[in-house]
Design a protein around this ligand. Structure first.
Ligand code: SAH
Ligand code: MG
Length: 193
């Protein structure tokens, strides 16, 4: 039997950046309210968010992509523990290299922050007509507000990339995006038509 509390504990002990509780709650409510059935997730880690989404109800299908073999192995194990192999398809690939042909009501971007624009541009083609793209970690643990105070060059570059992604969303004519100060900062982008 799987236990969510155990997954949370594992994530904490091993520094796995799983979604924050209120961010997760927001997404779960969104899925329920909009009757979402098909979900594509970029960045599985240990499967925590995918498992939570699949547990909402048995009609929900999640395809989740992970490039790190250790994470993938852990996610696989966890999905099995929860008996969710029928609902969750786990793909071991770099999301930018995988070919996904299905259509999804919800695409959850939660992988390498430097690639957010690329993920968005690639996977928008996999949205159903009224589908949405939800992105996590737009606050990057609060770092995006004061980039000038960050010492590390790499970190600074990453924060700039996240801020570029936010600009990209704000200026995007194809999609309308709402930003929420929930969890670590979440956006919901819908196609305009
Ligand atoms: N969604 C998870 C957390 C994901 S953490 C949860 O909330 O439970 C981000 C994960 O994305 C990491 O495991 C990392 O290995 C993976 N990742 C980063 N860039 C990726 C890429 N280009 N393709 C696939 N996975 C990627
Ligand atoms: Mg996240």
């Amino acid at each position: 039997m799987g236990s969510l509390i155990e997954l949370e504990k594992y994530a904490k002990e091993n520094n796995v950046p799983i979604i924050m509780q209120d961010g997760l709650e927001f997404i779960i409510n969104y899925i329920k309210e909009h009757n979402i059935k098909n979900i594509l997730e970029i960045g599985s880690a240990i499967g925590y968010s995918a498992i939570n989404m699949a547990l909402i109800n048995a009609n929900i299908k999640v395809t989740t992509i992970e490039r790190n073999e250790n994470m993938y192995a852990e996610a696989r194990k966890n999905i099995r523990k929860f008996n969710l192999e029928k609902q969750i398809t786990l793909v071991l690939k770099d999301a930018l290299e995988v070919n996904i042909t299905g259509k999804y009501d919800l695409i959850f971007i939660d992988a390498a922050k430097a690639q957010y624009i690329k993920f968005f541009e690639k996977f928008k083609n996999n949205l159903t007509k009224d589908g949405v793209i939800i992105t996590d970690n737009l606050n990057f643990h609060g770092l995006t507000k004061n980039p000038e105070e960050i010492q590390s060059k790499n970190l600074k570059a990453l924060v700039t990339k996240i801020n570029n992604y936010k600009e990209f969303l704000k200026e995007n004519k194809e999609f309308k995006t709402e930003f929420y100060q929930i969890g670590d900062g979440i956006s919901v982008s819908k196609m305009v038509h």
